[in-house]
Ligand binder design. Structure first.
Ligand code: SAH
Length: 355
């Protein structure tokens, strides 16, 4: 197979990360008729086959050629935590090289939403986040992002109607694979998810927000803001040392102007750190004139840090103050309260238990 095609950790071409036209070239190279590529692609991306064995209309000889030439990403379900309060499920998946990632399934009135990881670990260093405590291990392949969705759909028997890239990792730190993932996920030959039903959350890597804005996509952008001035943001998020609030917000404005998509600002409420009246006032001023919604998330405490969440009353008061300045605000509904674990905690617990 061509050297330039995207590779799995074992060095083989990663068949589930190929576009249909790349796969068609490969199929021709293997001496097979072109339409076989369409069949393989359909099995992988529409029928979510766990492996070649599921592919009833593919010949044994083509399956053997595929096994020889490609790696087939199929995540292993390591553990599923099921909430008894609502129908939220947290999945721990094993990758082909033994790494572990986590994803979340959430059932809402409008349908099913899946939250996926974009990297193993993360190197952004946000102070309150469990995913970043040991840094990044590696980027996820497009196939590994897709297969979190496909595996969850297979496991639950549900159609997935929304995807949020808000699990472990920084998606804009894995930009090329993210874009390929978006292409495969929203392509009509595959799961065909509407771009408007996909949200990418970033800590604010400015050049890549601008690159994404130029792509003419209609995916939603969520920015992890968490503070209303540079000094506080730097304390919580090291990325703020690289890009100022002005730069990040200006990139977000550009994103809105180019895509027309309403922005989401995520704001984790940390007791005594960013939840005072003065913070609410400063935040209102900062966001005035933005077409946006602020998503307040009482911080999920992790044992490695002393941050505590703002209580319900405090969160409501903070919300009211923003609303007085005509800012749209939601408080993130706590899904799966009984199986709660902050971003990346489930994986950490698993690694601690197995090492
Ligand atoms: N790297 C991306 C996406 C992953 S994190 C980003 O920074 O946006 C998804 C969201 O969860 C981010 O807003 C992140 O700041 C937030 N988050 C991480 N750990 C958290 C915790 N312990 N409590 C509350 N929010 C947290």
């Amino acid at each position: 197979m061509s050297k330039d095609l995207i590779k799995a950790p074992n060095g083989k071409t990663d068949i589930k990360s190929l576009t249909l036209s790349e796969l068609t070239e490969c199929v021709k190279e293997m001496g097979e008729p072109k339409f076989r590529a369409g069949q393989l692609y359909d099995w992988m991306h529409k029928k979510h086959a766990a492996g070649y064995d599921d592919m009833s209309n593919i010949s044994k000889s083509l399956k053997e050629k595929c096994l020889e030439n490609f790696e087939y990403t199929s995540l292993k379900v390591v553990e599923v935590l099921e909430s008894k309060v609502d129908e939220t499920k947290k999945f721990l998946f094993g990758l082909s090289d033994g790494n572990i990632i986590e994803s979340v399934y959430m059932k809402y009135k409008f349908g099913v939403s899946v939250c996926i990881s974009s990297q193993v670990g993360c190197r952004m260093g946000c102070r309150f986040c469990a995913s970043t405590l040991d840094g990044v291990v590696r980027n996820l392949l497009p196939s590994e992002m897709l297969d979190q969705i496909y595996s969850i759909s297979r496991y639950t028997g549900q159609k997935i109607s929304r995807v949020v890239v808000m699990g472990s990792g920084e998606p804009l730190d894995n930009y090329d694979n993210l874009l390929r993932f978006i292409d495969l996920l929203t392509n009509e030959d595959g799961l065909n998810l509407g771009q408007r039903n996909l949200t990418v959350s970033t800590c604010g890597i400015v050049p890549n927000i601008l690159k994404l804005a130029d792509k003419n996509l209609s995916i939603n952008l969520a920015l992890s803001l968490h503070a209303s001035n540079n000094d506080k943001r730097k304390e919580l998020m090291p990325i703020a040392n690289k890009y100022s609030l002005d730069e990040v917000l200006s990139a977000c404005r550009t994103y809105f102007e180019k895509t027309g998509r309403q922005l989401t600002f995520e704001y984790s409420l940390v007791s005594g750190v960013n939840d005072t009246d003065a913070d609410a006032k400063e935040l209102s001023e900062l966001l005035s004139g933005f077409n946006c919604v602020v998503n307040l998330i009482p911080v999920n405490p992790i044992k490695e840090r002393s941050y505590q969440p703002t209580d319900r009353t405090g969160a409501l008061a903070f919300k009211n103050k923003l609303e007085k300045s005509r800012i749209n605000v939601t408080i993130r509904r706590e899904m799966g309260r009984d199986i709660n674990g902050a971003c990346g905690q489930l994986r950490r617990r698993h690694l601690e238990e197995t090492n």
